[in-house]
Ligand binder design. Structure first.
Ligand code: FES
Ligand code: FES
Length: 203
């Protein structure tokens, strides 16, 4: 009977050779910048693959983990209706709805809203082009001048009504105070919200 030692091959040789070759492949892959499919990247700078549901449609985006929802919408999903004003959570121009609640998209990471329903100004009108009652009310009441703040105002105004915070002028002003308008269209915005409120209940 021939022993493994006699053939120059032992269990110890086998384990050492296998471990060495596995390490070589891994190191070679790393040197090439490759990651195996089963190896999840631990690199915090690695891009994230996200599925965002925006206006009822799924968008598959590959984003830097630090991308805000605002930049994901504007720069990656091509939805430029949501505006960037201050980019610091102070003006409300970037307001969108997430699961029907208003959110400042400049202060939210895109990765935080994966799997949730995101609604932007582009998602309000019906497919036949009929405007949402709040959009129509803003037009009817001249509730804008330059229009830059308007998408954020309209998204916020819809949430304001749905939250039950549109009972009177003072309450509307209070609950719309996070949305600034440099053109000072505030009285017209209050009128628009009062017009749209009963129509939203009927719709
Ligand atoms: Fe987000 Fe101003 S751009 S609050
Ligand atoms: Fe110009 Fe509001 S309409 S900033």
């Amino acid at each position: 009977m021939t022993s493994s030692t006699n053939t120059g091959w032992s269990r110890r040789n086998f384990l050492t050779t296998t471990a060495a070759s596995t390490m070589s492949v891994t190191l070679l892959n790393r040197a090439r910048g490759e990651t195996s499919s089963t190896e999840k990247s631990t690199d915090p700078m690695a891009p994230l693959s996200l599925k965002l549901r925006i206006n009822g449609r799924e968008h598959r985006l590959t984003l830097d983990g630090r991308t805000t929802l605002l930049d994901a919408l504007r720069e990656h999903a091509g939805l430029t209706g949501t505006k960037k004003g201050c980019d610091h959570g102070q003006c409300g121009a970037c307001t969108v709805l997430v699961d029907n609640r208003r959110v400042l998209s400049c202060l939210s990471f895109a990765s935080m809203v994966e799997g949730r329903d995101i609604t932007t100004i582009e998602g309000l009108a019906r497919t036949d082009g009929t405007l949402h009652p709040m959009q129509q009310a803003f037009i009817d009441n001249d509730a804008f001048q330059c229009g830059y703040c308007t998408p954020g105002q309209i998204m916020s105004a819809i949430a304001c009504v749905k939250e039950g915070h549109a009972e009177n002028d003072a309450q509307i002003r209070e609950y719309m105070s996070g949305n600034l308008c440099r053109c000072a269209a505030y009285p017209n915005i209050v009128d628009a919200i009062k017009q749209a409120k009963p129509q939203m209940k009927e719709a």
